[in-house]
Design a protein around this ligand. Structure first.
Ligand SMILES: [Zn+2]
Length: 270
């Protein structure tokens, strides 16, 4: 429950394994030994270019052979036979590479670790009443505005679903930044992460996937998240805040912002 888990999925052999914080996450797929994207095999460049190598050689050789013929004023260009043979070989080689499996190029990345935060599946209802600090980064304000989470909304698209948190600002702060008293925050990425585990994943895999979870940020006292970044929206009419689900078309982007817990207040105000 209180342990951050790392899920390793291998795209090559479809193996999935989950590791706890204390366990050693292997650098390669434990089954097929596929490597992460950060360290592609040394031969991957050659393998990617393999289907085109003879044609690349032909393109390089052709101007030289023509120049040679013109400079020596030859009447019989016997070497052109070899140059054209290289061209036809290049075409045949390309077809072989497309049709035969052994010549397929490397299709990395194979492994991207997915980090599962301990509190990310908690109900967002538990966040209602929590105090947070909202900083607008675009336009930039040096002041961080205190806000209270008063609810959350679902926004659906054709193949995605977002959860937006409704933040209530002080009326004077809202006037300062030119928004309504209630804004909606869409948490999109994580900032100020403090974790040896995440540092190590970044170093060894070059990337990892992790939910920008407001639940973990606020409910987990030992959360590895420091801040969340994302877009701040307003809605056209405050009546819409009574709905539990909103259309994307009623949202207006008002700013980019960062949210962090208000550490000055020990417990949520209900
Ligand atoms: Zn594998």
């Amino acid at each position: 429950m209180s342990v951050t888990e790392v899920k390793l999925s291998c795209r090559r052999c479809k193996t999935e394994r989950t590791y706890g914080t204390e366990e050693e996450v292997p650098k390669r797929c434990p089954v097929c030994l596929a490597e992460p994207q950060f360290s592609p095999p040394a031969t991957s460049w050659v393998r990617r270019k393999l289907p085109y190598l003879p044609l690349m050689a032909w393109v390089a050789v052709l101007p030289f052979s023509i120049a040679y013929g013109l400079l020596t004023r030859s009447t019989i260009w016997w070497w052109m036979f070899y140059v054209m043979a290289l061209f036809f070989f290049g075409i045949a080689w390309l077809l072989v590479c497309v049709l035969l499996p052994w010549a397929k190029p490397h299709v990395g990345p194979f492994i991207i670790p997915t980090v599962k935060l301990p509190m990310e599946d908690q109900s967002p209802d538990r966040l209602i009443g929590f105090r947070v600090l909202l900083k607008l980064t675009e336009p930039e304000y040096s002041k961080r505005f205190a806000a209270t989470i008063v609810g959350y909304k679902s926004v659906r698209g054709p193949d995605w679903k977002w959860r937006l948190y409704v933040l209530r600002l002080n009326p004077e702060d809202a006037r300062t930044i030119g928004t309504t008293d209630h804004v909606l925050f869409h948490s999109q990425y994580t900032l100020d992460r403090k974790s040896v585990l995440l540092d190590r994943l970044m170093r060894e895999y070059g990337a990892f996937s992790m939910r920008a979870s407001m639940e973990d940020l606020l409910l987990n006292p030992e959360s590895v998240l420091g801040k969340l970044g994302g877009r701040v929206y307003t809605v056209r009419s405050s009546d819409l805040l009574a709905e539990s689900e909103l259309e994307f078309s009623v949202l207006t982007v008002s700013a980019f912002g960062e949210v962090e817990p208000d550490r000055m207040i020990a417990s949520p105000l209900q």
